[in-house]
Design a protein around this ligand. Sequence first.
Ligand code: TMP
Length: 225
Amino acid sequence: MFITFEGGEGSGKTTQMRKLADALEARGHTVWTTREPGGTPVAEVIRRVVLMPEATVEALRQARGLPAMQPEIDDITPVTELLLMNAARAQHVVAIRRALASNTIVLCDRFADATLAYQGAGREMDEATVHAVTALATGGLTPDLTVLLDVDPRQGLRRKLRATRNRLDDEPLAFYERVRAAYLALAAQEPARWLILDATQPQDAIAAQIWQAVATRWPAAISGP
Ligand code: TMP
């Protein structure tokens, strides 16, 4: 069982992933909670480069005497962002496949749909290119279930202000509105895979709906391994 959690900034997906992991572990399942970009050592390093390039370069610069970054020349381009997200993913997919093969339930905080939403819709990159690069990274690995925690970006960004911020937290509101619309469109295209939930509901109510969806699709979730 490979379940992914998607949503805009501050949608509470990480909390919900943790709650589902706890419920599954309580029934004796082996669960791996992971995230993208990241999830393996190399992919976590790529995460730092793509989400916090200044801090990452600065740390290496002091150790290796690299020149300082130059504004504009060294800004991460959309193409670099697309490739780094997928470079991290290609590494991560190896680990996910291995976990699934050993009957570990994999819960992942964002996956390939995030690239379609953020780089495709958010950055307005060519859709066919984004699809092709993402498919190259996943090698066809698709989640069994994707939970979309849908929230108005204005509300989500307010929540996110209180949490750790990264390079993708400073886009204009229209960017996050395109991301939200893209997620809803992706979910509409594949309703059997997606569960769309209103992220403004109380956390326990959301968790109960996720549990219900998992148990309906996969009765062994309740009975245990
Ligand atoms: P998060 O840990 O808050 O989900 O932050 C990860 C950020 O990276 C978030 O702003 C979404 C972004 N992202 C992409 O732009 N493309 C991707 O493919 C993934 C996985 C994440």
